[in-house]
Ligand binder design. Structure first.
Ligand code: ATP
Ligand code: HSE
Length: 324
């Protein structure tokens, strides 16, 4: 259960009072999520999510994340909107940590996405990319190309303890990515972690996107590569072409890809697989046995990386004509 910071009734009541949202009716810690502490808070004016930011979030990045959610909401993207307190601030303090209150989004995430879900996600991703245009604050991707080798160096001596030959796999891949990473692709604000648990649906309709705490400025098509990995592989490790085509078609119904983005997709997919392999491998080795949450399995991303290493063009995925 990911409630790292326990809040007393009195602290919460005075915190909520500063927002002028009516009477505090109830609050409860949310078990899901690994990065931050989240509470669902009911007041007489409705439900809200209270997030207390834990150690992995850089406090200096919070104005970017909160400002981005406000900017996206103003531009028609359904996502949590930060609430401003009586002082007009969207960022506050609770139990000695930075904290924010955001609007509650109805819906729930799908455990077994279908091609139709993938189509909705592709479309919503492109709408988010469009909605992010004009956002004034910038944030570099701390987990982009330049961040991968330093992260690997932190656990390199132990990598083969996860699975034999993981070290040469990662080292060879980092060499490849550093030599071949596409430059000059269209850039903008990307979500960078749009996994199924960050997309809510009501029935078959997408009801909103959450968890913008990896968002940053980077190549837009890299965000698609993250989603292809997160949404379009089956439990047995097979890439599902139908889901991949649906995701790209949904995306391109809003923002068609350039030729350079299509050409770059296999390398972007390798990079996206490497990024999640690295963070999962690091967490696998560094999460204490008695931690509140279990680390995610890095092997899933070893398999995805190996799959992409065997692909040299978007057509080889079966995605060459997604827009038609
Ligand atoms: N605005 C919201 N509306 C409704 N539910 C929310 C909202 N924000 C968060 N939640 C709930 O809290 C859970 C955790 O949120 P979130 O994914 O942002 O946490 P996190 O700690 O950043 O986790 P992670 O980075 O691992 O996904 C979600 O799965 C969802 O159930
Ligand atoms: N989505 C990430 C975890 C949290 O950001 C993963 O699956 O590795």
């Amino acid at each position: 259960m990911a409630v790292y910071t326990e809040v007393s009734d009195a602290e919460l009541a005075s915190f909520i009072a500063s927002y002028g949202l009516g009477e505090l009716l109830s609050f409860k810690g949310i078990a899901e999520g690994v990065e931050n502490t989240n509470y669902i808070v009911h007041t007489s004016t409705g439900p809200f999510i209270l997030t207390i930011y834990e150690k992995r979030v850089e406090v200096s990045d919070l104005p970017f994340y909160l400002g981005l959610m406000e900017h996206l909401a103003e531009n028609g993207v359904t996502c949590p909107t930060p609430v401003r307190n009586a002082e007009g601030e969207n960022l506050s303090q609770l139990s000695g940590r930075p904290a924010a209150l955001v609007t509650f989004l109805e819906g729930f995430w799908v455990r077994q996405p279908t091609a139709a879900h993938c189509g909705h996600v592709g479309r919503a991703l492109a709408e988010m990319h469009r909605g992010g245009e004009g956002f004034a604050i910038r944030r570099a991707n701390a987990l982009g190309l330049n961040g991968w080798r330093p992260l690997y160096d932190k656990f390199a001596p132990d990598a083969n303890g996860i699975v034999p030959d993981l070290a040469p796999l990662i080292e060879g891949e980092l060499d490849y990515l550093e030599a071949n990473w596409p430059r000059g692709l269209p850039e903008g604000v990307i979500h960078a972690d749009l996994f199924p648990d960050n997309v809510f649906f009501i029935g078959d309709e997408l009801s909103g996107l959450i968890d913008f705490y990896f968002a940053c400025n980077d190549a837009l098509a890299y965000d698609i590569a993250v989603c292809l990995n997160a949404w379009c592989f089956e439990k047995d490790g097979a890439f599902n072409i139908t889901k991949g085509r649906a995701l790209l078609r949904g995306y391109e119904s809003v923002r068609p890809l350039t030729d350079a983005e299509r050409t770059a997709m296999p390398t972007l997919a390798r990079g996206a697989a490497t990024r999640f392999l690295l963070t999962r491998a690091y967490d696998w080795l560094n999460t204490p046995k008695d931690a509140l949450v279990s680390p995610k399995n890095p092997m899933e991303y070893v398999r995805k990386l190996r799959f992409h290493q065997g692909v040299s063009s978007i057509a080889e995925y079966g995605l060459g004509d997604s827009a038609q």
